[in-house]
Design a protein around this ligand. Sequence first.
Ligand code: HEM
Length: 546
Amino acid sequence: MMGQKRHDKMMEFTFNVNGHPVLPSYYLSAGAILIILVLSKYFVASCRPRNFPPGPRTLPFIGNISQVPRVKAFLKFHEFGKQYGSILGLKLGSQNVVVLNSYKHVRALFDQKGSIYSSRTRTYVANELVCPNEIHLLLLEYGNEWRKQRKIVQSLLNVNSVDRLLPIQNAEATQTMLELLQSPQDYYDHIRRYTTAVILASVYGQRGERFDAPNVKALYHAQDQFSAILEQGATPPVETFPFLKLLPEFMAPWKKWARTVREEQKGLYLSLLNETRERMESGRGPACYMQEMLRDQVKNNMDDEHIAYLAGNLMEAGSDTTASTLFSFILAMIKYPEEFRKAQREVDQVCGASRSPTSDDVDRLPFIKACMDETLRWRPVAAGGVPHMLTQDDTYQGYFLPRGTIVFANAWAIHHDEAEYDKPEEFIPGRFLNNKYGTRYAVDESKDANRRESYGFGAGRRVCPGQRLAKNSLMLNMAKIAWGFDLFSSGGSGSVNVDVASAYTDGFLIAPEKFPVVFKARSDQHRDVIIREYEAVKPFFDKYMD
Ligand code: HEM
């Protein structure tokens, strides 16, 4: 009886007066309740959690999204820091984000609580479409696979084995000097060729002889596509609207794009692996990291794809980062010519005019080292930091940081903190001469233990494992350029734009936009030495050509 009554009641409301079917009112109310529930879920999720670090007011549903620029957000975070303090809490939609604008917080969280602050956020496009099967070290969540791959990379990049690469770096830097002499207008390509060639030789035992050589071009193309698809906003917000995953490829062109990037990258990395394997099997070619990885393949339990990507990761992580730092150095040298003259004087004292500096000289070049440290401080490449993800709820200085929070160590703000650095906007290498931290005060290491000299390489368990390799390249090229060339801007130093907001590229890694600079050999003798040294180094390259 009861059932019949309910059925009648339902029928009563299923047609309107015109006989058109309508939804029964309780369906409507259920729908409305569902919508309200979903909306309130998103509303609540966009509010800051209790005791979350301070930050700007959130707006319903979007949190702080509208206040955070899509590009160079690190500048805005620095500005917010002045208003809200050095630890900043933000809501990007429902995502909790914390920005650390002081090295003290980075040390306390990334360095001292590394077991919970070392993960990465998993995203559908990056971790499932473009790099599935846990193949990309930089993108890996904290766990066993990351540990395994990180251990392999650290053993490859240990101090001794990295220093064994110095002959490659010396030879490639010698070629770069010749290229800068012959076609200075293409300096951007020459520097990028250098950084790629060093990794190609050390990882694959291959030469990157010219910037337009097929292997160099292929690597840059794959890498540019990879960076482009991972760029914020390049693909729809699948994490917020998971139903987007279900769209077929013809309705979601970004899925096709992801597939193309995946195929190109995988094809390239596997073919580089196979070339090395063939050379090994026929007993040809120089020693390289790929050879070591293949030799230890079974011991490390790594299949071909994982090895191929690990090698590819070294390429991706080590090439543009080092090139960008060298560009910033050149930019600083034309903006601050008096600092460049100091660098030249120092190299002249050590090498004279009859030979250019090599890696054997770098320990006697403290001002060049100060220039390197200052470049890394002044224009950190990963300016906003590479985001870490917190894997457990945590409390810090009375604040509550929920599990899943994305945490940025904002290298830009840390390196431009006026409390730490005198005139942080200025390029002043001298600050690093008597104080390895470059700070305006002498650091008392007994009270300020485990402070890092630079936060440009990140911190904690994910800190860059390629620092030494990068610094060897930076020192060598900075010293050689200062030795061989006068650098200037045709409009004079006053016309050089060094503003990070307008003179630097957007994106997760920043670099100076190509800027006009004149490279002029310092004398005929310098010119002759550059040519002679290149001729002398040519036979070194023979073993990489087959
Ligand atoms: C000036 C040059 C370089 C800079 C500024 C730089 C900076 C960074 C930064 C900021 C990170 C992220 C750290 C974090 O999450 O806290 C990183 C990670 C990494 N870097 Fe570098 N890097 C440079 C050169 C290199 C080189 C030459 C290599 C190796 C050939 C390399 C290999 C890596 C790898 C494999 C990672 C991923 C580590 C992981 O997620 O566990 N980097 N780098």
